[in-house]
Design a protein around this ligand. Structure first.
Ligand code: SF4
Length: 326
């Protein structure tokens, strides 16, 4: 049996909420609360949900920028959830992250060449001449001229800066890239260029992506499988085409109904969800979605639905966290 690139088992990341003069613990933010997911090598798992659902916390936990509270993170079969900083260091080559805003993630006081070379220096890769050749190679791989190495990030457009961030993220030859809203800050016309670049790099380098976004229209463009997250939990998981064609969870259906159709004659009715996402500090009892679900019944308020298999799309189980077959 092939070992998945990434497997999350009942992963939770909680934060204490403090308040008052003495900053006493007042509660717990259950940002990620029992997530189990699998990503195969060279594939893309899309993670979608509204702001505040815990998807960025999950991404940072996967690359161990945050420590999990419980559960396991298996990277190529090895549990990395409790590794010390020293034992994590070699794994940093394999697990990298691309952030939403390249203006924040790229220090504008350094040249582009220095920024891309930095991870190579930290991990003691090659001589100065070999690293410079690698920087030029990476720039060309992401569609920028080698001469960009001499310039500063602020001299580039938002899309070009995201290309620089991606070059930096792949400098060490990772196998998993966590992309956290990588195109959300970009114009629509530039978004597709960056998505196509990510797809091209995946084919060239065999990268696996955990692709996080609030916009299902973006996620479906790049994903093989999609997980829908709400209040720190997975509501639905399926093959990307199966999820878009046959969504089972009311939350997924609402997200899909919000995708604009390019054909004005085929516009479907949008399902508008009432109210805001409840706080993960005081989540609803039972089904976390029951306060906004148009199908909620008494059982939904008291009993949390398990993530259960309802179908199989090709080789992928279609899983839904709902008591009913809607
Ligand atoms: Fe809606 Fe109940 Fe299903 Fe939750 S379990 S999604 S509240 S019908």
């Amino acid at each position: 049996m092939t070992v998945p690139l990434l497997e999350l088992r009942d992963l939770a990341t909680h934060f204490p909420v403090r308040g008052g003069v003495l900053l006493r613990a007042r509660g717990t933010n259950r940002a990620v609360d029992g997530v189990s997911l699998t990503l195969d090598r060279g594939k893309t798992l899309g993670l979608v949900g509204e702001s505040g659902c815990g998807k960025s916390t999950l991404g940072k936990t996967v690359v161990r920028l945050l420590a999990p509270t419980s559960g396991q993170i298996l990277f190529e079969g090895q549990d990395i959830s409790k590794l010390s900083r020293r034992r994590l260091k070699p794994l940093r080559r394999e697990l990298q992250m691309v952030f939403q805003d390249p203006a924040e993630s790229l220090n504008s006081r350094h040249t582009v060449g220095n920024l891309i070379e930095e991870p190579l220096i930290i991990h003691r890769v090659g001589t100065a001449a070999e690293r410079l050749a690698r920087v030029h190679e990476l720039l060309e791989l992401v569609g920028l001229p080698a001469s960009a190495a001499e310039r500063f990030p602020f001299e580039f457009s938002g899309g070009q800066r995201q290309r620089i961030s991606i070059a930096r993220a792949i400098a060490l030859g990772p196998r998993l890239l966590v992309c956290d809203e990588p195109v959300s800050a970009l114009d629509v016309s530039i978004q597709s260029q960056i998505l196509n670049l990510l797809l091209h790099l995946q084919q060239e380098l065999g990268l696996g992506y955990l692709f996080i976004a609030h916009d299902l229209a973006v996620v479906r463009h790049v994903s093989d499988t999609i997980a829908v997250m709400y209040l720190g939990r997975i509501m639905e998981y399926a093959d990307a085409d199966g999820l878009l064609a046959r969504p089972r969870h009311p939350y997924t259906r609402a997200l899909i109904s919000a995708i604009p159709s390019p054909d004005p004659n085929r516009r479907s009715r949008r399902t508008v969800l009432e109210g805001d996402v409840p706080s993960p500090i005081d989540p609803p009892s039972g089904c976390p979605f029951h306060t906004r679900c148009p199908h909620a019944e008494a059982r939904c308020r008291s009993e949390r639905p398990a993530l259960r298999q309802v179908a199989r799309d090709g080789a992928t189980d279609h899983l839904v966290a709902c008591h009913f077959d809607l």
